[in-house]
Design a protein around this ligand. Structure first.
Ligand code: GLV
Ligand code: GLV
Length: 331
């Protein structure tokens, strides 16, 4: 027997996503999407979730006890991101609400962007582009915009999960030595050998690397993981790359360090008070700033939407969603 109309689950999507994925919800659930091309205001979000069973949320939505209180029927939050620091997962678990994320599908794309940042900061690509457009180029010059080699250097990877490992694989082509630290991951010796990678203490990663790239999740332990002390350990020839989460870096300390030449430069895809930047950051030449583009390709954003939708549909079909964050609530 078909489902009674009143039995059909309701899903709210907090922002327009690739349509082909959303179309898969048709006929399975009753769904609606934020009609505005912007993040929902808090009161709009609280109102939108009032009668929903499922929520497809973004990293720009704070999903916490107040949202759960406003959504008494809510049973699943499918986050459109691998990171889920925007969701109070403990509170969700307490209430028996499943949280899912989108790992895997964005790994290679985020590693590509990380490499775009490494290359661009080392070879002053953005500065060079601005220089050309400003009409300042009057001819090849031996000392014009000299950068730093990437080939043969030491790459420090803090957080050697899936994205960190994808970044490391790309470094093979640049004949780099890799130093990494991770609280949970120990690569097997064969992988360390293939990647020219050594696991060392985080301070040693900072001290010995020419490029330090961050691939940790944002949790209490990684908040301000990189501050003044760590930047001083890196030293005046080293570059910091961050395509993880903004608050992993003490951004005020970073601005000060960049201004004083404590490190050579930084390339950032994420910010502590995103979308805002700390005062002074945008005025510095030795920094590249991007608007959180880590997973921003047509292919990957579509796959992320597909995975989030699959998580929702399998949950409502009584199957195990592919990528649960708190699988305990599934029993
Ligand atoms: C992007 O930042 C993500 O967590 O997916
Ligand atoms: C620079 O353009 C060179 O050819 O060395």
């Amino acid at each position: 027997m078909g489902k009674d109309v009143t039995d059909v689950e309701k899903v709210y999507v907090t922002r327009q996503l690739p349509q082909s994925a959303l179309d898969r919800l048709d006929g399975k659930v009753e769904w609606s999407v934020n009609p505005h091309d912007r993040v929902l205001e808090r009161d709009e979000l609280l109102e939108a979730v009032a009668d929903v069973d499922g929520l497809l949320s973004l990293l720009t939505d704070t999903i916490d006890a107040e949202v759960f209180d406003a959504a008494p029927n809510l049973r699943i939050v499918a986050n459109y991101a691998v990171g889920y620091n925007n969701i109070d997962v403990d509170e969700a678990t307490k209430r028996g609400i499943l949280v899912t994320n989108t790992p895997g599908v964005l790994t290679e794309t985020t590693a590509d962007l990380t490499w775009a940042l490494i290359m661009a900061i080392a070879r002053r690509v953005v500065e060079g582009d601005k220089f050309m457009r400003a009409g300042k180029y009057v001819g090849w010059a031996p000392m014009l915009l000299l950068g730093s080699d990437v080939y043969g250097k030491t790459l420090g990877i803090i957080g050697m999960g899936q994205i960190g490992q994808a970044v490391a694989r790309r470094a093979i082509g640049f004949d780099m030595e890799i130093l990494y630290s991770d609280v949970f991951v120990d690569l097997p010796p064969v992988a360390e050998h293939l990647l020219h990678a050594d696991e060392v203490e985080i301070d040693e990663v900072l001290r010995r690397s020419d490029f330090v790239t961050l691939h940790v999740p944002l949790v209490e332990e990684t908040h301000h993981l990189i501050g003044r002390r760590e930047l001083e350990l890196m030293g005046p020839n080293a570059y910091l790359i961050n395509a993880s989460r903004g608050p992993v870096v003490d951004e005020e300390a970073l601005v000060e360090a960049l201004r004083e030449g404590v490190i050579a430069g930084a390339a950032l895809d994420v910010f502590e008070d995103e979308p805002a930047m700390k005062p002074g950051l945008a005025e510095l030449d030795n920094v590249i700033v991007l608007p959180h583009l880590g997973s921003a390709t047509i292919e990957t954003r579509t796959e992320m939407a597909d995975l989030a939708v699959t998580n929702l549909l399998s949950f409502f079909a009584g199957e195990r969603p592919p990528t649960p964050v708190n699988p305990d609530v599934l029993g």
